[in-house]
Design a protein around this ligand. Structure first.
Ligand code: PBG
Length: 314
């Protein structure tokens, strides 16, 4: 048989995710490494490193070139961090599987202090994430922020070099790279709600490639897929506006229930709206969508209008 071609970004985290997918497919189907070919594809998100994600196009930035390779048949599957995926998937492509979720929480990584609470007044925090900045500003309005982009190692190097006092990273990424010890404080999902999809690897394939779809669906994790339906439903209803700090976290409860939490904030952290609700797993997507509609209504038009207006030309 011809090798299954896996498309991925080239960062250490992306390669670790592709290896995990390969290992799970090998275990499920009795295949070995020779049955796979890992193809590294560079994305705009890997090349543009000096501006916040929200300015250069947000979601899609880490996926477009990979999706083009998939659609054109240069690769058979694409492996992504679900957090980086837009809610609209290009025509002809499908999210065929989600792997069992890693730790969904964020970690604080401090150089001059080990915890958020003990950071010195006015400390400089590096992050390109509007969500992390907004949540942190609520907790510590005195902190200053600078955009810190690049892959996880680059960011940790900039931190170690003293460019910033602290940064925040997903524990999932640190764990996958064997760098869990970098975290100086683990942030609970209650204090620091994660991004929709955080910690979940997804596999994208062509919707008409039945053989590949069957192979990949064998490693799908139903619990993660269900949680992601709710979180991505929430994100889709908020229109995935890349300038809206959005957080969401769904977990499965007893007796077929799903617990959902969603939050929207203004980028300066001064306004925040949050909802928590429980429903049935079969309604996962609509639980997320209704939660978003509720928050949009509660927040009111001024919440978005004040800061989400398109930039003036020039
Ligand atoms: N946008 C970068 C990105 N996309 C996914 C992860 C972490 C791994 C995950 O959430 O699955 C990261 C780095 C980070 O936020 O620390």
């Amino acid at each position: 048989m011809t090798a299954l071609r896996i498309g991925t970004r080239g960062s250490q985290l992306a390669l670790a995710q592709a290896s995990e997918v390969r290992a799970r497919l090998m275990a499920a189907h009795g295949m070995d490494e020779a049955d796979f070919e890992i193809t590294v594809i560079s994305t705009a998100g890997d090349r543009i490193l000096d501006r916040p994600l929200s300015e250069v196009g947000g979601k899609g930035l880490f996926t477009k070139e990979i999706e083009e390779a998939l659609a054109s048949g240069r690769i058979d599957i694409a492996v992504h961090s679900s957090k980086d995926m837009a809610t609209a998937i290009p025509e002809g492509l499908v999210l065929a599987a989600f792997l069992p979720r890693e730790d969904v929480r964020d970690a604080f990584i401090g150089r001059t202090a080990e915890t958020i609470a003990t950071l010195p007044e006015g400390a400089l925090v590096g992050s390109a994430s509007l969500r992390r900045q907004a949540i942190l500003k609520r907790m510590r309005p005195d902190l200053r922020f600078v955009i810190l982009r690049g892959n996880v190692q680059t960011r940790l190097r900039k931190l170690a070099a003293g460019e910033v006092d602290a940064t925040l990273l997903a524990i999932a990424g640190l764990n996958r790279m064997g760098m869990a010890e970098a975290a100086t404080e683990i942030l609970s999902t209650e204090d620091f709600m994660p991004a929709p999809g955080q910690g979940a690897i997804c596999i994208e394939a062509r919707g008409d490639d039945e053989a590949t779809l069957a192979m990949v669906r064998a490693i799908d994790d139903l619990e993660t897929t269900t949680a992601l339906l709710a979180e991505r439903g929430f994100l889709a209803e908020l229109d995935g506006s890349c300038r809206t700090p959005i957080a969401a976290h769904a977990t499965l409860g007893a007796n077929g229930t799903l617990n959902f939490a969603g939050m929207i904030l203004t980028p300066d952290g001064t306004a925040m709206h949050e909802t928590r609700r429980t429903g049935l797993v079969g309604d996962a997507a609509s639980i997320g969508r209704l939660a978003a509609q509720f928050l949009v209504e509660e927040a009111g038009p001024h919440f978005f209008a004040s800061w989400n207006a398109p930039a003036e030309p020039g």
